[in-house]
Ligand binder design. Structure first.
Ligand code: FCB
Length: 445
């Protein structure tokens, strides 16, 4: 806690001097200015009644497109080394769209903040579809256009954000855009995104870019019991969330024969997908407790899961939850990182935590401070255990449009009043600024 004397007596241990500290956002969640770009699948989805819980859209969001200078000042006041934002593909498709990112990159560099763009954070142009293989080639062309314009100043790149969630929520369960409920017929969406990633890595490298990673969402999967049916269900969930997206990249193969279900010449594609990465980004929020199917539809974390899934998600008992109902389990981060290191050994490149954060109401957000404090200590334990972790990015700089939840979930270090667009730094912003100062002082000392 910020003013807790116990925390002062036990400071967060020092991270390496060259550790990369940052915060993350994404284009669709903050930019607004929807009428100054082409539509994305998210615009079409939010226009359908009942899709977004509070009936809101991201047409204005944080109006970051017009207020970027103020937001860059907030980043520089926070003292982060780096800012992870996403480039909107539909904006790049619009006349003058790249100019916005060009200016943003210049402003960040003038403020001493390294730009770390993500090329795809779920806002697919409305006329494209990940079920089609050609979308992967189109993505590589778009990546070439972006690196052609920004590559002289951007030195660190992220291809995709969370292809797992985009596949599962957007195409298997339909709770995110484009709202398809294909269940296991959504698997080609995973393959085409992974192929898009590999082709984009090649395109970025061909343009002279290095230091390329991806932001994959991962978490430990905890079985509901040691009964064989629960163990089997949990192992399957682990395949869907973790192995399906990590192993093609790191090992050049799909887990458990899933490759046979993928379209196209999978073995040739896997060579592209497994282009070596400079680093591996992990978004971590919480572990998942998983048991055998219960034969009924389940509501969990704002998501409805149909009865026919071969697993059921259960509550993790005895831990605090955020205002979103997500369990708070910092030790899950240590477990995840040591598990990945043990599973993949030297096939796992250096890791960067590309997202970690929580949704809480209020400006005096002591619970967010406790969450971040706990996760930084857990991350340090992973370092001590020998995992090569090089950076940590908080989700998120600003309260923003939280997808199907609309504006009801506040993940920001900075509060946004969506009626006036007033930004107000929360207690967690001051806490992180002080912690970064303390980290740097220790690294110097
Ligand atoms: C992640 C998304 C990010 C945000 C956080 C809360 O899954 O990448 O856009 O919604 O969750």
């Amino acid at each position: 806690m910020a003013n807790d004397p116990r925390a002062a007596a036990h400071p967060i241990p020092p991270f390496p001097a060259d550790f990369l500290w940052g915060v993350s956002t994404s284009a669709h969640q903050i930019e607004g200015a929807a009428d100054e770009r082409e539509p994305s699948v998210w615009d079409a989805f939010t226009a359908e009644p009942g899709r977004v819980k509070d009936g809101s859209t991201a047409a204005v969001a944080c109006d970051h497109y017009h207020r970027h200078a103020e937001d860059v000042a907030l980043l520089s006041g926070l003292g982060v080394d780096a800012y992870r934002f996403s480039v909107s593909w539909p904006r790049v498709n619009s006349p003058g769209g790249l100019d916005f990112y060009d200016r943003l990159v210049d402003e960040l560099l003038s403020a001493g903040v390294r730009p770390v763009p993500t090329l795809f954070h779920w806002d697919l142009p409305a006329d494209l579809d990940w079920l089609k293989r050609d979308t992967a080639s189109r993505f590589a062309e778009y990546a070439s256009a972006v690196v052609g314009r920004l590559g002289d100043r951007v030195k660190k790149w992220i291809t995709l954000n969370e292809p797992a969630e985009h596949t599962l929520l957007g195409h298997a369960l339909g709770t995110h855009a484009p709202g398809k409920q294909l269940l296991f017929d959504a698997l080609p969406v995973a393959h085409h995104q992974l192929l898009a990633h590999g082709l984009a890595v090649q395109a970025l490298r061909a343009a002279g870019a290095g230091d390329i990673g991806i932001a994959n969402s991962h978490g430990p999967t905890w079985p509901a019991s040691q009964e064989p049916a629960d163990l089997e269900a949990a192992a399957f969930y682990d395949v869907l969330l973790n192995r399906l997206f990590a192993e093609p990249l790191l090992l050049g193969e799909y887990p458990q024969g899933l490759g046979e279900l993928m379209p196209g010449d999978v073995s040739a594609d896997l060579k592209v997908i497994s282009e070596p990465l400079d680093w591996y980004g992990i978004n971590y929020y919480a572990p998942t407790r998983v048991g055998a199917p219960q034969g009924t539809e389940i509501e969990f974390g704002g998501i409805t899961m149909p009865a026919e899934l071969p697993f059921s998600v259960r509550e993790i008992e005895g831990v605090p939850v955020t205002d979103f109902g997500w369990p708070v389990v910092p030790e899950g981060l240590t477990e995840l990182l040591t598990t990945f290191r043990d599973r993949y050994g030297d096939r796992l490149p250096p890791v960067i935590i590309t997202e970690n954060g929580c949704s809480y109401e209020g400006l005096d957000d002591q619970a967010r401070i406790a969450y971040l404090d706990g996760h930084l200590r857990a991350l340090h334990r992973a370092l001590e255990a020998g995992v090569d972790v090089r950076g940590y990015f908080v989700w998120s700089l600003l309260d923003n449009f939280e997808w199907a939840e609309g504006y009801a979930r506040r993940f920001g270090l900075v509060h946004v009043d969506f009626a006036t667009q007033t930004r107000t730094p929360k207690a967690s912003y001051a806490w992180l600024r002080n912690e970064l100062r303390a980290q740097r002082a220790r690294a110097r000392g």
